[in-house]
Write a protein that binds this ligand. Structure first.
Ligand code: Z5A
Length: 216
């Protein structure tokens, strides 16, 4: 049996994370791996409550630091109540966003101090780090166009959907800087490529993670 592994998916809005999560889940299941798909912010009932607070675009001010604390409050619930128990049972966890999203959105996008994010991560992760992160990278305009097309008729945008192109450019740049700093963990996938090509690349990486050193 493959040892339990913590895989995270990252990228700007519309990059294809949900699509890749489903694809990875099906591939792993077909290959006999017990897998748990989850997302952030959210993943457990209480963390999903926090998600609603974090994303809601209400009248009350939510400062960048408050937003960061909400992300980590949801993450603490998620790590304690879902991620660690699943890994302990030997399941692979595929998580749509994790702390790299806080580094990119709150750090890169909103200018929150990296030292604060690192300190919160140390405390909340308790030593847990993703074994592998797939960064789905594509130009901002392409991601936003996909997200708009998928949403269809515009409802009330959440706090991130209402953000500017310049904000998402900063987020994308922060993600790419993280990948340059940690190339072993963060694998960059060209998410502007046709879905079949993205799928080929993702399954190649999954096969490598499942049986390191073996031919597929
Ligand atoms: N956030 C944060 O600020 N800080 C944090 O620490 C965390 C999160 C954890 C909600 O996240 C917000 O939370 C997020 C950042 C913030 N806001 N933003 N931006 P979310 O992950 O729930 O929401 P999202 O990023 O907006 O996800 P999304 O819009 O659902 O995008 P996606 O999952 O990456 O894309 P998708 O749904 O898989 O694909 C979008 C469409 O494109 C869909 O119709 C697909 O069929 C299509 N698609 C996908 N791949 C392809 C390819 N290769 N070719 C063509 N079409 C494709």
């Amino acid at each position: 049996m493959s040892p339990a592994l913590f895989l995270t998916l990252e990228g700007i809005e519309g990059a294809g994370k949900s699509t890749v999560a489903q694809l990875a889940g099906s591939w792993l299941t077909r290959h006999g791996v017990a897998v748990r798909l989850t997302r952030e912010p959210g993943g457990t009932p209480l963390a999903e409550h926090v998600r609603r607070i974090a994303l809601e675009r209400g009248t009350e001010t939510v400062s960048p630091v408050t937003e960061t604390l909400l992300m980590f409050a949801a993450r603490a619930l998620h790590v304690e109540n879902l991620i660690r128990p699943a890994l302990a049972r030997g399941e692979w966890v595929v998580c749509d966003r994790f702390t790299d999203a806080t580094r990119a959105y709150q750090g890169g996008g909103r200018g929150v101090d990296a030292g604060l994010i690192d300190a919160l991560a140390r405390s909340v992760h308790g030593g847990l780090e993703p074994d592998c992160t797939l960064l789905l990278d594509l130009p901002v305009e392409a991601g936003l166009a996909r997200a708009r097309a998928r949403r269809g008729a515009p409802g009330a945008p959440d706090r991130f959907e209402a953000e500017s192109v310049a904000f998402f450019e900063r987020v994308r740049a922060a993600y790419r800087a993280l990948a340059a700093r940690e190339p072993q963990r963060i694998r960059v996938i060209d998410a502007a490529a046709p879905l079949a090509e993205v799928e080929r690349r993702v399954t190649e990486i999954l096969a490598e993670l499942r049986a390191p050193g073996e031919q597929r």
